[in-house]
Write a protein of this length. Structure first.
Lengths: 113, 113
């Protein structure tokens, strides 16, 4: 019974580069969430997937951020033209039921130089 | 707007002493409430949740929380703290019009010997 996995665990990039962060949810979990954790802002919701569709994208901070989910499983969060303020830990969570318990992955620490 | 407030940024408790971490929320209907714990370098782990029913809920690691609608509170308690409880604790509520979590800013717990 593997939990939520995320890769890479750490990513260092230069300002202006694009990055992709990956999330593998728990098998069978139809709901998938991306959150961001930073010192100044705490834990913030980014986007929610139900299956392959994203009914709630309200937390994406700008159009540089996008995410997709394929096959109702793996999700990728893409940040284009990274800025220093994008530096944070990006957390993925999945849940079996809508509004149910969310299981979190270990996160990807993104550092933008 | 919905919000979760954790008034205490940092608390220090002696090992063996009791603990209470405060959480207040603003919400228009019956909330779904959670407490998560994050140890250094670790992901978020669910301690307990409240959806409905008995207002005193039991969680893992000897924690409990009480939902008080009249006070809009969901405080976390433990009768006797262990050094391994030192971590950051987050209270969260499910978004009213959605399923994502809204987190408080967290309370860091230090345990002194």
């Amino acid at each position: 019974g593997a939990g939520v996995s995320q890769s890479p665990s750490n990513k260092v990039t230069e300002k202006g580069k694009d990055v992709e962060l990956r999330c593998d949810p728990i098998s069978g979990h139809t709901a998938l969430y991306w959150y961001r954790q930073s010192l100044g802002q705490g834990l913030e919701f980014l986007i929610y997937f139900q299956g392959n569709s994203a009914p709630d994208k309200s937390g994406l901070p700008s159009d540089r951020f996008s995410a997709e989910r394929t096959g109702g499983s793996v999700s990728t969060l893409t940040i284009q033209r990274t800025q220093q303020e994008d530096s944070a830990v990006y957390l993925c969570a999945s849940s079996l039921q809508v509004r149910g318990e969310q299981f979190f992955g270990p996160g990807t620490r993104l550092t933008v130089l | 707007a919905q919000s979760v407030t954790q008034p205490d940024i940092h608390i220090t408790v002696s090992e063996g002493a009791s603990l209470e971490l405060r959480c207040n929320y603003s919400y228009g209907a019956t909330p779904y409430l959670f407490w998560y714990v994050q140890s250094p370098g670790q992901g978020l782990q669910l301690l307990l949740k409240y959806f409905s029913g008995d207002t005193l809920v039991q969680g893992i690691k000897g924690f409990e929380a009480e939902f008080k609608r009249s006070q809009s509170s969901f405080n976390l308690r433990k009768p006797s703290v262990h050094w391994s409880d030192a971590a950051e604790y987050f209270c969260a509520v499910v978004k009213q019009a959605g399923t994502a979590l809204i987190f408080g800013k967290g309370t860091t717990l230090s345990v002194s010997s």
